[in-house]
Design a protein around this ligand. Structure first.
Ligand SMILES: [Zn+2]
Length: 409
């Protein structure tokens, strides 16, 4: 199952009104689409714009409305933290503040030196205050994930981050104006942030940074807190199925693991344009020996949409076509199913995620066929899967693989 992030698009005038997907040369994908069924799928529901996290949860068969508790949990999962019931997760930034806690730089000069980051985190990760444990793990550049683990913690703690472009403002004390369980949790967090500040203030890493003319990272700004998002394993709904996910993007690996999938990544799977497409294909191929379903994520189509690069988006689709060619040449078509879909559309001219449904095809030896002979936004609208939701698509795949349970007797 290949998920091409943000694949769906709208007509591009330079392409004579074709979309990047319609414009791309992709003989293998078109052949699979012609021999299988297709449709424009609503990852969540018609008219809904999805973020990548929301869209993937939908494709994996979950209703995010029931489970989603904010970005904090997603970032924690991306950072490799396995969340437990009762944890509270935050998004965080390394920041530079002065003695009066006035914010000098919200991103500590976009600190990105891995050795500095690891040394700074090593003196605070795992700290315990009054029976509450603080877990802190790095994300890309100045970003980090912070999780509080303890008894009776309150989920919605006010942001300490004064916000974007608020340099010159003082860090916000989350304790002010709250009471009860919220107050106790905010006090614990505030104590931890003070301890962190104390520990980092004269830390050798920061002294060296100052000498080099770099900003010291001497505070953590927090935002977007929420109780941990804990999902029932995918196997609760589809007993016995083994699922793997191959991706370069940490968010996708994190969400996959939250769902009970095994995540696989390697250095040259970048979540960017220059990812190792055929390396992903080869790994997926190998994993099929041990897993019933292997999900492969390609991020670059979404990046092209955000940057308004329709030519590049078409060329990424052509790279994906080579992945399918590799699979078709190396698997038994009589026992292998192929799916291609997306978590949302990211039209180039819109440069953001849109609510447009996503082109999808499903090929397999015994899959019902329809009249769709070409994989594109226009043609897919005539297919059997048209207007399916992401969860219905997954249920259909599970039915073909023999893991769907029957309703009634
Ligand atoms: Zn996305």
């Amino acid at each position: 199952m290949l998920i091409s992030d943000g694949l769906g698009d709208r007509p591009i005038p330079e392409f004579g009104g074709k979309t990047p997907l319609e414009y791309a040369h992709k003989p293998t994908i078109d052949a699979l689409c012609a021999q299988g069924c297709a449709g424009l799928v609503h990852p969540y529901q018609a008219g809904a714009r999805c973020g990548t996290d929301w869209g993937h949860l939908c494709l994996f068969g979950y209703n995010p409305e029931q489970y989603y508790t904010g970005r904090g949990s997603i970032e924690a999962a991306s950072a490799g933290i396995v969340l437990r019931e009762g944890d509270v997760a935050f998004r965080g930034n390394f920041a530079t503040v002065d003695e009066g806690l006035t914010v000098i730089d919200r991103r500590a000069g976009r600190i990105s030196e891995p050795e500095d980051i690891l040394l700074l985190l090593s003196c605070i990760d795992g700290m315990e205050i009054d029976g509450c444990k603080f877990i802190v793990k790095p994300l890309t550049e100045h970003r980090l994930a912070l999780v509080m683990r303890g008894r009776d913690l309150y989920g919605e703690i006010k942001d300490t981050d004064p916000g974007t472009a608020q340099e010159g403002a003082v860090v916000k004390n989350p304790v002010i104006g709250c009471s009860g369980q919220e107050r106790r949790t905010a006090e614990l967090l505030w104590k931890f942030l003070q301890e962190t500040h104390k520990c980092w203030q004269n830390h050798p890493v920061n002294n060296a940074r100052i000498q080099k003319g770099l900003l010291p990272a001497n505070f953590i700004l927090t935002r977007g807190s929420g109780v941990a998002m804990v999902l029932p394993p995918f196997q609760t709904k589809f007993p016995g199925v083994k699922v793997a996910c191959v991706a370069g993007d940490a968010t996708i690996i994190g969400i996959s693991q939250m769902c009970g999938f095994d995540g696989y990544t390697q250095q040259d799977f970048t979540g960017s344009f220059e990812t190792n497409y055929l390396g992903k294909a080869a790994l997926a191929q190998k994993l099929l020996e041990d897993y019933d379903l292997v999900i492969v994520h390609v991020k670059a189509t979404d990046l092209c949409g955000h940057d308004n690069l329709p030519d590049k988006k078409a060329s990424v689709v052509e790279e994906i076509d080579k992945m399918f060619k590799y699979w078709v040449n190396n698997t038994d078509p009589n026992s292998t199913y192929f799916v291609m879909t997306a978590d949302h559309s990211t039209p180039c001219r819109f440069r953001e995620h849109s609510a447009d449904p996503v082109p999808t095809f499903f090929y397999g030896p015994d899959v019902r066929t329809d009249s769709v002979a070409f994989y594109g936004e226009r043609s897919c609208a005539l297919g059997i899967l048209n207007n399916y939701t992401g969860a219905q698509l997954m249920a259909t795949i599970m039915d073909y693989l023999g893991f769907a349970e029957k309703y009634g007797a």
